[in-house]
Design a protein around this ligand. Structure first.
Ligand SMILES: [Zn+2]
Ligand SMILES: [Zn+2]
Length: 353
């Protein structure tokens, strides 16, 4: 498919967000990222992380392991388009390279990739057993594969919350601040994405910040109402916010019971089983938490959040046999999506395709 190249204006910024370059013109055509002062091929890009209007790119560096650069673009929209296209191109390139490394006899025997329904990146499934769900390491969502289980509405909204670490419905909320003082009027707005439980504190702050100005109060009240009473379109997940709130406030036994109740409705859900494992871990039930994360991986063969937790348990308990078995399953999908983290976690271990 021919796509029009993305052209964008940006500055290089340092870790504190301060400009360290003049305004530059960039361009990405799906194969080459032109950053004004030099070009990077898609095969050299190791990882891309976005946040608001910033994009961090890690590039393979022959002299060092890697080098990174942070760009600040004009709008978050430009960054999300750019990140998505980089992920789409990089992911399909990684799968091509992997397939080229295999014998022809192996490539026809089974399917090695799948396309994420949410971000359209190509997910490498090498070594991963066939399971009802699939995890996209690029947009970090989980999808139920066709013909399996009942469809989840708005499944691209469910993922791990960056603030509390729970699998939850992620809400992107526009927050407004309008104020007047004597004859002065000023306003500002920004967007925040996290689960509704984590959003509550910000929504209260938004309401208090708007009290002097009055104009913003209806918006603030609407946001606050949504944080507490927003309905989940998926009937099985209706108590998910309640369970996550119990987890966040340290009532782990209540949270575990609520997660179990959800699982009596929703039989297949790596995310809920992941949360249940975390509640058990906080209660000191490491055997139960390991079982929950194993079950999470049985629902979703490449579910990286459960893999990381389980790996940690095996490392701590010295169970090297289980650890080696787990790493063998995960190594290629992990390597594809986040080679830097894979290097750190696997500490240079090598696995043949
Ligand atoms: Zn995706
Ligand atoms: Zn949260």
């Amino acid at each position: 498919m021919n796509r029009t190249p993305i052209e964008f204006v940006f500055n290089f910024v340092d870790i504190e967000g301060r400009n360290i370059s003049e305004r530059l013109h960039g361009r990405f055509n799906g194969r080459i990222l032109d950053l004004g002062i030099g070009q990077v091929g898609i095969e050299s890009i190791l990882h891309a992380i976005s946040h608001d209007s910033s994009l961090v790119i890690f590039v393979d560096d022959p002299e060092d392991d890697f080098s990174g650069a942070m760009l600040k673009c004009d709008t978050p929209h430009t960054v999300s388009r750019l990140k998505r296209w980089i992920d789409n191109s990089r992911s399909s390139h990684c799968v091509e390279v992997y397939l080229e490394s295999l014998d022809e006899s192996k490539t026809i025997s089974r399917r090695f990739d799948a396309v994420c329904r949410c971000c359209h990146s190509t997910i490498l499934l090498a070594g991963i057993p066939e399971t009802p769900e699939i995890y996209c390491p690029y947009c970090v969502t989980t999808s139920i594969l066709a013909h399996e289980g009942s469809a989840i509405l708005e499944e691209d909204r469910y993922r791990i919350c960056d603030e509390c670490g729970c699998f939850a419905r992620i809400q992107t909320m526009s927050l407004f601040f309008f104020n007047t003082l004597f004859f002065l009027f000023w306003s500002s707005s920004w967007q925040k994405a996290c689960c509704r439980v984590c959003m509550r504190k910000t929504a209260w702050l938004e309401l208090f910040a708007n009290i002097l100005g009055f104009i913003g109060i209806p918006v603030a009240l609407a946001n606050l109402f949504d944080c507490y009473f927003g309905a989940d379109k998926n009937i099985g997940f209706r108590d998910l916010d309640k369970a996550n709130h119990a987890f966040k406030t340290g009532r782990y036994a209540i949270a575990a019971n609520l997660y179990r109740d959800i699982l009596s409705f929703v039989k297949v859900s790596s995310g809920i089983k992941y949360n249940y494992g975390m509640a058990c871990e906080r209660m000191g039930e490491s055997r139960l938490s390991a079982k929950a994360w194993q079950s999470s991986i049985q629902d979703c063969g490449n579910y990286a959040p459960a893999y990381e937790k389980l790996r940690d348990i095996y490392c701590r308990s010295g169970d090297t046999a289980s650890l080696a078995k787990l790493d063998k399953v995960f190594v290629w999908s992990y390597w594809q999506a986040c080679p830097l983290k894979a290097k750190e976690i696997l500490d240079g271990a090598s696995f043949e395709p």
